[in-house]
Design a protein around this ligand. Structure first.
Ligand SMILES: *Cc1c(COP(=O)(O)O)cnc(C)c1O
Length: 346
């Protein structure tokens, strides 16, 4: 696409918030959604007793927009994010945002901020953050009647600037991010507050993040704070935990499809016991931000499991998955599964 870009060194930015031209807000009032308004204001008025701030009626999403090799502007599987926001909304008794509104917001907010779309080759992308919050002023605990759906964008840099770095994970037994039948499987804002303790613990002990166990048996792997966990067994099988408290990652779903249908690997989604860690050849954490980051070491109680190359570099299977998915996102590889949604820039 030949349009002017903002004066930003896209290849060297991190995962941070940049002020852009505009965000878009839709209000649900008197039983219906309005048509949405683009605003350059980075703040919004909120009633002091809004349910989102007192009682946690808040859910968000995260997806990325890329410029492809042939100059198209594409979002990766945005309808999946729309669907997931709907399931988050339903579980927290919030008003679901119809997919048409979600897609309208995406098209309008990306167009309004086109100069912030990192150019192809910078390995960066435009991160899109949808947010749904309860806005009704009330002190009684009940669902809000009024909602705001906001979508903001910000350019984010390449996650692995200095090549693939391996992560060290710490298995924790006395911390949970979500309860078995709680809100773990939806993108509730509060899950991230619950996850801060784990991240802090990991950081203090020199680990990248924690790996949670299922909160009932403390025996099966769950996920990391903000990312799903994936393992490659010594026989080459792609395994990822099945659990009620895991957030269904769109990245993980896509990697499973690639592994199974494109690579012909065996793929299993099932409870994975900590006793199986010795049978892992490689592992990774996956999510929109990093796609898949290789895990080099996993510490469980007094045992440290070192994976491929003694934990020093990414294994070949994780690398192959990363290359395939990012290749599709940047239009370098065939989009066989129809995952790219083109945003027409006017
Ligand atoms: C958002 C999120 C993920 C990653 O999901 P993607 O759709 O792949 O970005 C994983 N785990 C948790 C807890 C999350 O909130």
């Amino acid at each position: 696409m030949s349009f002017k870009r903002a004066d930003i060194d896209f290849a060297n930015i991190g995962f941070q918030y940049f002020k852009t031209n505009a965000n878009i807000r839709y209000y649900f009032k008197d039983g219906k959604w309005d048509k949405g308004t683009l605003s350059s204001d980075e703040t919004f008025p909120m009633p002091i007793a809004a349910t989102c701030i007192h009682y946690g009626q808040a859910a968000f999403e995260g997806l990325k927009v890329f410029e492809t090799k042939d100059g198209r502007i594409v979002a990766f599987r945005p309808e999946e994010n729309a669907k997931r926001l709907q399931s988050s909304a339903k579980k927290m008794f919030m008003e679901p945002v119809p997919t048409e509104i979600f897609m309208d917001a995406l098209n309008r907010v990306v167009n309004a901020n086109k100069e912030f779309i990192p150019p192809y080759g910078s390995h960066a992308s435009l991160y899109v953050r949808p947010l749904l919050i309860g806005m009704t002023q009330q002190v009684g605990v009940k669902p809000a009647k009024d909602y705001m759906f906001l979508m903001l964008v910000t350019p984010v840099g390449p996650y692995f600037k200095n090549g693939f770095q391996t992560q060290k994970m710490l298995v924790v037994e006395d911390l949970d991010r979500a309860a078995e039948f709680g809100l773990g499987d939806v993108k509730a804002a509060g899950n991230y507050a619950a996850g801060l303790r784990g991240h802090e613990r990991a950081a203090q002990q020199g680990f990248t993040d924690v790996l949670y166990l299922d909160c009932k048996n403390r025996k099966y792997l769950d996920e990391s704070g903000p990312a799903n966990f994936v393992g490659i067994l010594k026989d080459g099988t792609y395994v990822t935990p099945a659990s009620h408290s895991i957030l269904p990652s769109i990245t993980n779903m896509s990697l499973r499809t690639i592994a199974k249908e494109d690579f012909g690997w065996k793929v299993e989604q099932r409870p994975i016991s900590v006793d199986e860690l010795g049978n892992f050849a490689e592992a990774g954490c996956c999510g929109t931000a990093a796609v898949v980051s290789p895990v080099g070491e996993i510490k469980y109680r007094d045992t440290t499991f070192k994976l491929y190359d003694d934990g020093k570099s990414a294994g070949p299977c994780i690398k192959k998955l990363y290359d395939e998915l990012t290749g599709i996102q940047y239009g370098e590889k065939a989009d066989k599964h129809n995952w790219l949604y083109e945003i027409k820039i006017d």
